[in-house]
Design a protein around this ligand. Structure first.
Ligand code: LLP
Length: 427
């Protein structure tokens, strides 16, 4: 995780920098992202999967030009799922062939942009899209590499909103229901599409490798069916992202090396069983790379004791910079960052400044009883799906992302200003 410590005054440091100085310079709330940790995690994934596989970082977790450059330097590719994400990737110099495009309803413009950018593959998510993309590729005189997203029917044990491989949800083409096989047939019939393989993503914040193994087995099973029916051996499979991280000390995440070894073993075994050559494997981790690398720094505004219950600690951000607690019932921890204290612990709920009671950042935590306005709090593990899902609710200004590295800090995504908001409001 982030390189954190305490200086001689008891101030929390991130990559050697005291958060009091960072708050002074950059204001609060602010996301503090540890560049060395990000790079180390990206590299760990790259090395765990080795040269025979590809790692596409899932840009939806957090995307900025700096991050794209780091990923490119560390040898990863990038998974994007909108023209906005694609624009950032291209602006930062990620080569088209290292980019994969996802989405269950890509627009005609998005497909065209992707084809023109020469993206490495587009993941098809419906039969209508097969036709649509084929026409786009033809119009540009391109044979576009594609994968087909297959719903493998795995019940991943995660929040319903982020589980994606059970049958009754919007993504992918059902393996059991035959839609995947039909999509393979239709794609192979399109000369402008080059079917490279199959894709599966079973969900997010998953701790158990078993779901990935079942998915891998079923995807390889379909590869064998494709060979038997069409006489083609598709050369690639992508098993998506979804590896969980530790939000609190209760979570026990798997390491990339562990997941790589188990996927590699299962794919090899299943392929051997049906007499297929081992396809090239790819994965799309987002949260597991960026999640642990950032914390959010807030300043306490009020502390309101609620007799017999808990104290409500209000900070200067909230559900506009981290909606995950409100949306998924996510668990976070929190620490007093601007000093240490020997005061007794008190039960708190850390809340934001938005005008609704569901605006909760940390549901239950203990903080020192002498907590006071002006204190700084740090919420760890906010690198993934916090800035990327941030909103302007109540006209909140989305916080900056400050990259810290070896005792130096720089803004990689600046704080929004009221002018930014007013510029959109044309009266
Ligand atoms: N690949 C595909 C096709 C995906 O849909 C996703 C995530 C990923 C890869 C990356 O998954 P990761 O490794 O980051 O778990 N907003 C939710 C998470 C939604 C994930 C959507 N797709 C959250 O805050 O938990």
């Amino acid at each position: 995780s982030q390189t954190v410590g305490r200086d001689a005054d008891g101030v929390l440091t991130v990559a050697g920098l005291p958060v009091t100085a960072l708050a002074e310079e950059f204001g609060t709330p602010a996301y503090l992202l540890d560049e060395a940790d990000f790079r180390a995690r990206a590299r760990a994934w790259r090395e765990a999967f080795g040269v025979g596989a590809d790692v596409y970082y899932a840009g939806k977790a957090f995307l900025s030009k700096a991050v794209v450059r780091w990923l490119h330097e560390e040898g990863l590719g990038l998974d994007v799922c909108s023209s906005g994400e694609l624009a950032v990737a291209l602006a930062a110099g990620m080569p088209g062939e290292r980019i994969a495009l996802h989405g269950n309803n890509k627009s005609a413009e998005e497909l065209e942009l992707a084809v023109k950018a020469g993206v490495g593959h587009i993941v098809l998510d419906s039969c209508q899209e097969i036709e649509r993309l084929a026409r786009t590729a033809e119009a540009h005189g391109v044979r576009q590499p594609v994968l087909i997203r297959v719903t493998v029917g795995v019940e991943a044990h995660t929040h319903e909103f982020i589980a994606t491989a059970h049958e009754d949800q919007k993504f992918g083409l059902s393996l059991a229901g035959g839609a995947a096989a039909e999509a393979v047939r239709r794609t192979l019939a399109q000369p402008a599409l080059e079917l490279r393989g199959l894709h599966s993503h079973i969900g997010s914040q998953i701790f158990d490798t078993a779901g990935f193994e079942v998915a891998a087995r079923r995807v390889v099973g379909l590869l064998a069916e494709v060979r038997d029916e069409h006489g083609v051996e598709l050369p690639e499979i992508d098993l998506g992202g979804g590896l969980g991280i530790a939000y609190t000390s209760e979570d026990d995440p798997r390491e990339p090396a562990e997941i790589a070894a188990s996927l590699d073993a299962i794919v090899r075994r299943e392929c051997a069983a049906v007499g297929l050559a081992v396809p090239r494997l790819s994965v799309e981790p987002g949260r597991a790379i960026v999640g642990p690398t950032a914390c959010t720094l807030y300043r306490v505004g009020t502390v309101k004791p609620l007799a017999g219950l808990r104290s409500y600690v209000s900070v200067d951000g909230g559900m506009s910079d981290n909606i995950r607690t409100a949306l998924y019932d996510a668990e976070y921890s929190v620490a007093l960052a601007s000093r240490t204290s020997t005061a007794e612990p008190m039960l708190v709920r850390v809340v934001g400044k938005h005008c609704e009671s569901g605006d909760i950042l940390v549901k239950d935590a203990f903080l020192p009883a002498d907590l006071a306005p002006g204190d700084l709090l740090a919420v760890p593990a906010t690198g993934a799906y916090c800035r990327s899902m941030a909103s302007n609710y109540n006209h909140a200004l989305r916080p900056p992302v400050v990259a810290v590295r070896e005792g130096a800090a720089r803004v990689i995504l600046r704080r929004e200003t009221e002018e930014d908001l007013l510029r959109l409001d044309i009266g």
